[in-house]
Design a protein around this ligand. Sequence first.
Ligand code: URP
Ligand code: ZN
Length: 457
Amino acid sequence: MDLLVKNARIVTGPESFESNIGVEGGVITSVSRTLEPSGAEIYDASGKIVIPGGIDAHTHMELKVTGTRSADDFYTGTVAAACGGISTIVDFVDAQPAETMLGALAEYRRRADSKVAIDYGLHMMFKGQSLPEMDRIPEVVRKGVPSFKVYTAYKDRGLMLEDADIARVMETVTGAGGLIAVHAESERIIKRLIEKNLAAGNIEARYHALSRPPEAEAEAIARVTKLAKAASARIYIVHLSSRAGKEEVENARRRGTNVFAETCPHYLVLTDEVYERDDARNFVMSPPVKKADDRAALWEGLASGGVIETVGSDHCPFTGAEKDWGEEDFTKIPNGVPGTEAIIPLLYSEGVRKGRISMFDLVRVTSAAPAMRFGLSPSKGSISVGADADFVVIDPLERVRMTADAMHSKIDYSIYDHITTEGYPVLTVSRGEVVMQDGEFVGRRGRGRFVPRRAAS
Ligand code: URP
Ligand code: ZN
């Protein structure tokens, strides 16, 4: 045995029990109350909670955007993830203009393999330029990338697909056993409001949010869920941010659409009051954070039986200097915020400790559901014999003020520095190796592996 975790209060799937965990060769070899150490490194988890390693199925490491890349590369981003209790990320391949989907996938693998500190999978972004490559979808799926993200907005950045094309992609991906992810915002609502704001001289960061009301999300979700029902597609709505959007997901489910939703930590703990701050530009992401009522709706959606099945971070931070590009025009602010390190601390402290969700809900939305939905189970997503030894120890007594210094992302600010958590991850184990202990990254660059994901049978 390589590692023995003693006296653990384990929460996995719908179960909670006290036990010891034995690890050998990177997998869990025993979960039993009576385990002998036999030379293993021992970690005493008395008084702490042990849960499966978090799966953050929405990150954008070193994402190329106009004039720069997102600040965290696959090394610093996965270090930050590990320090927040995440043991697997799923990033998005973004093919550049001259690249094919398969070429871009190979390039992402080449860049990520040498850097990742934890395991990773990939989704494929399916943009306008990918339309001539529709017949390559089954091959991308066979390479372990069975999910494709489409955009309903951002035509000028080459991201948006027309509805008829979205329907065709849905049919083809479904035929290959894949899943469709949708960035759901209404191009027509956003475009008009941006035009009006800029014409009126409304250039500050808060107009980014005012150009994207909840209706922009709800309109797009209503439309794509109908397209999905007609194509018998399985879809998931990424970064759900509003009550109106959630209601559209619920309506679609009632009509028998195979749809589920993801939300992100920023929508759960912030409100649009952040756009009144001097550093409002740091909070510019799409869709933007909304009102306290929307935030309450998202917590309700996460609790057992709700339509929000996963929490992903949409981790895509930019430095303060890059955020300043939009000082005289909010449309020039690079969109995106940090988050992968914040998922588990915030769901535990703001969710479980404040009675908004149960510990079972936290485990479901951070590990069991993403593992199942994204084809990573049974090796990921549970603490059970035969599974990868990916787990996190949370100390309910650990209080951490989430300042830039306490976080590990490569940016010079924190959007959560007003929050001091009650409880925090103190140990992250990835395939049997301790990669974070007491807030320090103790893993190695490049030790993570690409995890090919299964398509639906
Ligand atoms: O504002 C966001 N969400 N930025 C990240 C990149 C993307 O398109 O999701
Ligand atoms: Zn994203």
